[in-house]
Ligand binder design. Structure first.
Ligand code: SF4
Length: 400
């Protein structure tokens, strides 16, 4: 069975004190022994991720975290790792032990979650045990141990509204029946025998919309245009051949890129475009952080390590210093950088990318992603942003 990538799954994180039954709840929800369960407090150390389908919620990932009352130096580290999970969480399941009820620290944590605007479901666990307190209003009473209350919990989950609802990839850009030209170069950096995930997802979205797609390599663009009775409603290209594609297309044909569509669906395109324009203000010895959300295999001419530093030095003519981070750990204090350049974030969810953008904003550091940066350094940013409805509206507003 083909699984949805984690980046498009609803992230449901379980928080609570040690021994509240978070791991048992994951096991009861998944019907498997995914998480290690033990009566000994603090069995869960690093967050554990389990992808699954929860009908009618759809594809999601359950995240088991260490107890919030963990103690000692190691306990503090585990708590820190648990709290980092909040940056990628769409819905919180707060698991309370019905035998002990909620203490002040838990009440205060729940209040913090609400203030962050996170949907929270209070799960009143261990209700099968004698002496358990009745659930507060709005809590879901369950016994993870004997699998009681799971249907009600899943029902509540399906009504919880994730805070950062992503716009569809093609919202406002393509109508049913529109013909769309996709440009996907098959070069040395393309994976063997398949299209990359963003290309697959755009194709899938076009099929769902009922918009026919024509898929070509750059050199076949003239042939494809000649074969169509009307110009395509939109051309979507791989970022790395932006310039070549832009030169081959009449300027009246709307052109954007897979990475612009994903920057929009995954993050805040206007903020990322502002980050690109900050490149013109870079100075000698400025430090730039290149952040990638996963530790993928690096090629010789790697985009993050090699190409982007080279393009930025060429574009600005400045002596720039580059630092790199990758994976789920994102440098917290960004103030020492003049710019953050983030990857396309295909492996993380929108909530996490918005959180990363917010961290940069809080440090007053501009942030751009690879696709928007490439469009800027190749001089076609304005053209590829032009088909995007909210950017058009912003420009109309600015020029009014
Ligand atoms: S875009 Fe980011 S998350 Fe996706 S494969 Fe590249 S480095 Fe990993």
């Amino acid at each position: 069975m083909e699984l949805s990538p984690r980046g498009v799954r609803t992230h449901i994180a379980l928080f609570g004190k040690r021994n509240a039954g978070k791991s048992s709840l994951i096991n009861a929800l998944t019907g498997q022994n995914t998480a290690i369960v033990s009566d000994q407090k603090g069995t869960t150390t690093d967050p554990v991720y389990k992808s699954m389908e929860l009908f009618p919620l759809g594809p999601c990932v359950l995240i088991d975290t260490a107890g919030l009352d963990d103690t000692g130096d190691l306990g503090d580290l585990r708590k820190e790792k648990s709290l980092e999970v909040l940056g990628r969480t769409d819905i919180v399941l707060y698991v309370a032990d019905a035998g002990t009820g909620l203490d002040k620290s838990e009440e205060s944590f729940l209040e913090q979650l609400r203030q962050r605007g996170l949907p929270v479901i209070l799960v009143w666990n261990k209700t099968d045990l004698p002496g358990s307190a009745p659930p507060p209003q709005n809590a879901v009473a369950v016994s993870a141990q004997i699998g009681q209350g799971m249907l009600q919990l899943i029902e509540n989950l399906s009504h919880a509204k994730p805070g950062a609802k992503a716009p569809g990839l093609l919202d406002g850009l393509v109508m049913p029946g529109d013909v769309v030209l996709l440009v996907t170069p098959i070069d040395a950096s393309a994976p063997k025998g398949r299209l990359i995930l963003p290309q697959q997802q755009v194709l899938r979205a076009l099929l769902e919309l009922g918009a026919p797609a024509l898929v070509v390599q750059p050199k076949e663009i003239p042939q494809a245009l000649a074969a169509l009775a009307h110009p395509p409603a939109l051309v979507i290209t791989d970022s790395q051949v932006f310039k070549e594609v832009a030169n081959l297309l009449p300027s009246a044909i709307p052109l954007t890129s897979f990475s612009i569509l994903f920057a929009r669906a995954k993050g805040d395109l206007q903020e990322l475009a502002a980050g690109a324009r900050a490149i013109a203000r870079l100075k000698d010895n400025d430090r730039i952080l290149i952040a990638e959300a996963c530790t993928h295999h690096r090629q010789e001419d790697d985009i993050g390590k090699v190409k982007i530093p080279r393009w930025l030095r060429e574009k600005t003519g400045k002596q720039l210093e580059f630092e790199f981070c990758s994976g789920l750990t994102y440098t917290k204090d960004l103030r020492e950088y003049a710019l953050v350049v983030h990857c396309g974030a295909c492996m993380i969810n929108r909530t996490e990318m918005l959180h990363r953008i917010e961290q940069a904003q809080n440090c007053q550091v501009p942030i751009v992603n690879y696709g928007v940066l490439i469009a800027y350094v190749t001089g076609i940013l304005d053209r590829v942003l032009q088909p995007i409805p909210e950017i058009q509206k912003q420009e109309e507003f600015c020029h009014a």
